[in-house]
Design a protein around this ligand. Structure first.
Ligand SMILES: Nc1ncnc2c1ncn2[C@@H]1O[C@H](COP(=O)(O)OP(=O)(O)O)[C@@H](O)[C@H]1O
Ligand SMILES: [Mg+2]
Length: 454
């Protein structure tokens, strides 16, 4: 901005000043010509007959002092003021061309002057000769006008600049003030304060920014609260078996009966196993958090093979309860994109629940079917069923239904289905529960996307 104004002013000033100089020089040249005329008229016989009065009249000027000199064709002084020098022109000047004159700066009586020198032909005593007539003028008026031009051009430009600067500053300040205000509010905030930012009467764009920020804060708040709840619940889950272990140890220490001690140790063993199971579940859940998602690799894998392998690992558990546990369906293999380790956990948790919540001598069956572009895994049991009211909550962390015993064989931490849900989401799979008769049997369906053929 400043640059433009400086360039613009300089250009305007240069233009104005050139015009001024040319006009003044032209005027001075006219005076020189008139003087040459007076000189020619009055000194036909003798140089000293020159009409001094006319010259004085011609050179009288209210603003500036004027001087003149008449010099011969070699520049030697003849008449007028000795100080007014002749400087030869770079070109040959034609005395008959009124536009031909030489102009230069000089000093006369220690004053800065502008000098115009013109050639003229004249005969004194019938001897025709070439003379140079110089008229010098101090530069008061020239400078005064130069200042005027400067003032006329530069001052308005400077005012314009200042005005523009103030305007821009004002506009920027007004435009930025909500942002600065918002910034101050954010700086003043404690990291613990997750309430929405309240900022009113702001432009629409800022309002959007604040809304987005508030949404982010709300999500953060939810995430933090859920983490806190998780830690709290997890601690709770670990505390119960640990307290059991401590109590058993105390009882064993107080007892002298080896059989009793043996029994206590066996209980400690059971509780420790349960503790390890819970810890493993917790670790598995933390590994299936969304932020862990990028680290897991998704490969094309056979879901039938994986399911059968998982079932093998649970045969002994089903056997203990004499449960009829089998794979039904005739698909030899079917491919989906997934992470094998995670999918093992998903199938394992569903099967474990089915076996756990089915009474002895019951049935648990697994099938895999293709449905258009989807692969459906179904786990069916003839167990307790899930009450309608519980169905919406069973996937929540640490939720345990009223249909199951809170201790003994049914004991669990309520994490299994939360893991299943996370892993399914990770694979963009959906889950459905079918527990039509809420008391007898449950079916879990998991719908995967079929892997694209190569
Ligand atoms: N196959 C099933 N039959 C009946 N209830 C089930 C079944 N699977 C899950 N549930 C219910 O869902 C709840 C949550 O299951 P889960 O998250 O695996 O935790 P846990 O098995 O440790 O209780 C269980 O407590 C139970 O009430
Ligand atoms: Mg479970």
């Amino acid at each position: 901005m400043m640059m433009i104004i400086i360039l613009d002013s300089t250009f305007l000033f240069y233009q104005g000043d050139t015009l001024r100089r040319e006009t003044f020089d032209q005027d001075l040249a006219e005076t020189a010509k008139t003087l040459a005329l007076i000189f020619k008229k009055s000194s036909g016989k003798k140089l000293h007959n020159i009409d001094e009065n006319s010259i004085k009249l011609l050179l009288s000027n209210p603003h500036d002092e004027m001087f003149y000199s008449i010099r011969d064709d070699k520049g030697q002084f003849l008449y007028g003021n000795k100080d007014v020098q002749y400087k030869p022109s770079s070109e040959d000047l034609d005395p008959n061309n009124p536009k031909d004159f030489n102009v230069y700066f000089d000093t006369v009586n220690n004053k800065d002057v502008r000098v115009v020198s013109i050639p003229t032909e004249h005969s004194i005593n019938k001897i025709n000769k070439k003379f140079f007539v110089q008229v010098a003028e101090t530069r008061n008026q020239r400078q005064a006008i130069q200042y005027q031009i400067l003032i006329m051009i530069v001052i308005p430009q400077v005012i314009l600049l200042l005005f523009a600067l103030i305007l821009v500053r004002f506009a920027v300040k007004k435009g930025l003030s909500p942002i600065l205000f918002l910034n101050e509010k954010i700086i003043a905030r404690s990291y613990k304060d997750l309430t929405p930012i309240n900022i009113q009467n702001v432009p629409l764009e800022i309002e959007r920014l604040v809304t987005s920020l508030n949404n982010l804060i709300a999500e953060l708040n939810n995430a933090i609260q859920s983490e806190n709840r998780f830690v709290n619940d997890a601690a709770h889950q670990l505390r119960t078996p640990l307290a059991g272990i401590l109590a058993q140890i105390q009882l064993a220490q107080d007892s002298l009966d080896t059989k009793e001690i043996h029994r206590r140790l066996e209980q400690i063993n059971q509780s420790s196993k349960r503790l390890i199971h819970i810890i493993n579940q917790l670790l598995s859940l933390s590994k299936t958090q969304p932020e862990a998602l990028h680290h897991s690799e998704f490969l094309k894998m056979d879901l039938v093979k994986l399911t059968k392998k998982t079932m093998e690992d649970l045969f002994s558990f089903a056997d203990k309860k004499q449960i009829d546990f089998g794979y039904i369906g005739d698909l030899e293999n079917i491919f989906i994109l997934g992470n094998e380790e995670k999918l093992y956990d998903l199938v394992h948790n569903l099967l474990e629940n089915a076996i756990k919540y089915t009474p002895n001598l019951g049935q648990v069956s697994v099938s895999i079917k293709r449905q258009e572009n989807q692969v459906v895994l179904m786990v069916e049991d003839s167990g307790k069923g899930i009450p309608k009211d519980d169905q919406s909550m069973i996937f929540d962390r640490f939720f345990r239904g009223n249909n199951v015993n809170q201790s003994g064989d049914d004991a669990g931490a309520g994490i299994g289905l939360a893991i299943v849900k996370e892993i399914a989401a990770m694979h963009e799979a959906t889950i459905e529960i079918d527990s039509r008769n809420e008391k007898v049997g449950t079916r879990f369906y998991v719908y995967f996307n079929l892997a694209a053929p190569e």
